[in-house]
Design a protein around this ligand. Structure first.
Ligand code: OOB
Length: 551
């Protein structure tokens, strides 16, 4: 742990000489998100920044209106007692207020803690506890879930949470009407927000991203994806996730002076309607969604001709799917392989077709350091590189990759090498061109169509059931999602467990629906490795054999 460099004691800072290099190289430019919005407003005042709908009402915010809304929300938050450096949980769906709220929190000097609308009580409580959040900003209902009641329940349990602000309520409208005033601009080298990790351990970790480091990735993403003021970006995935937020996402679009359209739903019907009506030029989706859109495009009446680029990432896009996307949607495919911890790789718009179809891109920055190391050694260091072209575990370090999770010293000791490389847990191969191909992973995570499930987190929920002696969660290949979760459980003596009951049990513990096991297998014992640990490799192999036999 290291203090100084504006990061404070809860974070691991970049070493001073490395930080100095990132500044000298022009990556870190000393600008905050609040200051960025001010300069964008000076350049693009009357252009449309955000389009979206809430409760069926469509709104369009110009840059000047967004700027004003963010100033008012910031002043309102400060008047409520939100101080610089306070954490504010943001749980909002894709509504226009998502953007004004996060810039409002930034201008108040506070840190958004991003959560997904799918997160439920136990997760929200964990984020609130872990970050000692001062407030939760949410909506009343979304997808038939009562978010306001959930947030209030968390506030009642977590002492630090003093305010629950519900977008759409009179109270929020009053706050958002606070007269704007200039507030002190935070240190650009300090933490701007906490992002969620997909995680592979018990509880999701929080990722501290600074204004300087994140804005570098946003600026370069906008350039690599050729965003211009005339571009229109459609946000279809939940906007708080790193991919739709910044790859190039909502923030990349703003950075370019472009328009962001917030799609209330990712389904092809809604997205195609918005592509036609708003003349969307670029969007980003996970592979299962790309596959669904490819199918839907075959019989749509919508005019999709404005669409120029579709980014696909978050999970591996198969070669077969990659080949179909461009022709079906009449646009260019751009693959993106990124992570909330930092590193983002893109195929470039002028890359040869073979590269675009068969790799997940190359890093944003010349200073993204890539090491592909011995996959069988969890402690492999950056020196343990495999031969060129071989598959290995990906380590990375660079100007927008964190050096440690927030308040997680113990976990950081294994998640990073002593010299600061992040162990991504991904298995990759590097092509001679520098492009990476993701071929698998070593981390205990299930990638459920881009939604990440930490095996251990689900195992812990299962083990809380009195009838469960042991649990092991593994990925099972799935035609549509790529992977689904399968929970193997050993019952305690005499207990009669059913899959349905265990699924209900996990759901009722208040977790996101995507973490509830898709499949439950009740067994007498687990296969073990030579050292007596549960062999997940064998469990996966058993599932694969079962699938092959049509079981
Ligand atoms: C994105 O971020 P996270 O933090 O939800 O998940 C990161 C992990 C990666 O470590 C990798 O395991 C997987 O998601 N992943 C991919 C992939 N893109 C991400 N695996 C295979 N192929 C890809 N194209 O998922 C994320 C963040 C920014 C941009 C795009 C995705």
């Amino acid at each position: 742990m290291s203090e100084g460099h504006g990061l404070g004691p809860d974070h691991v800072a970049w070493p001073p000489e490395v930080a100095a290099h990132y500044r000298a190289a022009g990556y870190w430019r000393g600008q905050t998100f609040g200051a960025l919005l001010t300069s964008l407003t000076a350049a693009y005042a009357d252009r449309t920044a955000v389009v979206g709908e809430r409760n069926g009402t469509v709104s369009r915010l110009s840059y000047a209106e967004l700027d004003d809304a963010a100033h008012r929300i910031a002043a309102g938050l400060v008047d409520l007692g939100i101080k610089a450096g306070d954490r504010v949980i943001v749980q909002l769906p894709n509504i226009p207020e998502f953007v004004s709220v996060i810039f409002g929190v930034w201008r108040a000097g506070a840190w958004p803690v991003f959560t997904l609308p799918a997160h439920r009580h136990s997760e929200l409580r964990h984020f609130a506890t872990q970050s000692e959040a001062a407030a939760i900003i949410t909506v009343d209902h979304h997808n038939r879930h009562d978010h306001a009641t959930m947030a209030k329940a968390v506030a009642a349990e977590v002492d630090s949470v003093r305010h629950v602000l519900v977008v759409g309520s009179q109270e929020f409208a009053d706050l958002a009407a606070t007269p704007p005033r200039e507030l002190p601009d935070p240190d650009p080298g300090s933490v701007a927000f906490l992002q969620l990790s997909g995680g592979s351990t018990g509880l999701p970790k929080l990722i501290p991203r600074t204004h300087d480091d994140y804005l570098y990735s946003v600026r370069e993403s906008a350039r690599i994806c050729a965003l211009r003021p005339e571009s229109v970006y459609l946000a279809v995935l939940p906007a708080a996730h790193n991919f739709p937020l910044s790859s190039p996402g909502v923030l990349g679009a703003l950075h370019a002076g472009a328009t962001t359209v917030m799609s209330p739903s990712p389904d092809a019907g809604t997205a195609f309607r918005l592509i036609e009506s708003e003349k969307v030029t670029i969007t980003g989706v996970v592979p299962p969604l790309a596959a669904a859109w490819v199918q839907a495009a075959a019989h749509t009446d919508r005019d999709l001709s404005s669409l120029q680029v579709i980014l696909v990432g978050g999970a591996k896009c198969s070669r077969e799917l990659a080949e179909r996307i461009g022709p079906a949607l009449g646009c260019q495919l751009q693959q993106v392989f990124g992570m909330a911890e930092g590193l983002v790789c893109y195929t470039r718009l002028d890359d040869p077709e073979q590269i675009v179809l068969s790799t997940q891109g190359r890093p944003i920055s010349p200073d993204d350091e890539i090491r592909i190391v011995d996959p069988d050694d969890p402690d492999a260091s950056a020196e343990d590189e495999v031969a060129p072209g071989e598959v290995g575990a990906l380590l990375t370090r660079g100007p927008y990759t964190i050096r440690g999770y927030y308040r997680a010293a113990e976990h950081n000791a294994t998640a990073f090498t002593p010299d600061g490389f992040y162990r991504t847990g991904d298995l990759v191969r590097r092509h001679p061109s520098g492009h990476l191909e993701v071929v698998g992973r070593v981390k205990e995570q299930i990638n459920r169509g881009g939604e990440k499930v930490a095996a251990e987190e689900v195992e812990n929920h299962l083990m809380a059931h009195p009838g469960v002696l042991d649990a092991a969660v593994v990925a099972v290949p799935d035609e549509y999602l790529g992977e689904r979760t399968c929970a193997y459980v050993i019952p305690t003596e005499g207990s009669e467990l059913t899959g349905a009951e265990l699924r209900r049990f996990v759901r009722e513990r208040g977790v996101a629906a995507f973490k509830v096991p898709d499949l439950v297998m009740v067994v007498d014992s687990f296969p073990v490795t030579g050292v007596g640990k549960t062999s997940k490799r064998e469990l996966r192999a058993a599932l694969a054999a079962l699938a092959k036999n049509g079981g």
